[in-house]
Ligand binder design. Structure first.
Ligand code: ZN
Ligand code: ZN
Length: 142
């Protein structure tokens, strides 16, 4: 993801019909620049230093707003204890390690990608998650 300036992020949000508050810009920027599928807590921890008034509730509400307004942010829920968030620039699948909880990106391969249109169905979002063990956990457990 190329870096976007605050003005570009602000225009991006406005184009989606979202008022570009400082929190929304900061959280969107964090997700764009850190494709690590963070939880609400992780995002809060990363941003609270620069925004001391930022609460967990605000992060949670902001994420819900970005998801609902179709700003490219998706909630991932392979882990039933925590929701994880991702800025999806290009459609991709995920892998979820049931041992360490790591979520990684994986190419979609032969599955429908976001630009495909087959049988008249127009794909807008792809939600594919492979569950299992990452290479480190697999090595430890086998
Ligand atoms: Zn693992
Ligand atoms: Zn991802």
């Amino acid at each position: 993801m190329k870096m976007m300036t605050t003005a570009q992020l602000s225009d991006y949000l406005k184009a989606k019909g979202v008022r570009p508050s400082a929190q929304r810009i900061a959280i969107l920027r964090y997700l764009m620049e850190n494709p690590v599928h963070p939880t609400v807590e992780k995002i809060h921890e990363a941003l609270v230093h620069d925004m001391p008034s930022l609460s967990l509730t605000t992060v949670y509400n902001t994420l819900n707003c970005l998801v609902a307004a179709d700003c490219g942010v998706t909630m991932l829920t392979p882990d039933s204890r925590n929701a994880h968030f991702d800025f999806i620039e290009h459609p991709h699948a995920h892998t979820y390690c049931r041992s360490c909880g790591a979520i990684m990106d994986m190419e979609l391969g032969g599955a429908l990608s976001g630009d495909d249109c087959r049988g008249g169905f127009h794909v807008e979002r792809v939600d594919v998650c492979y569950r299992g063990l990452c290479s480190d956990c697999y090595a430890k457990l086998n």
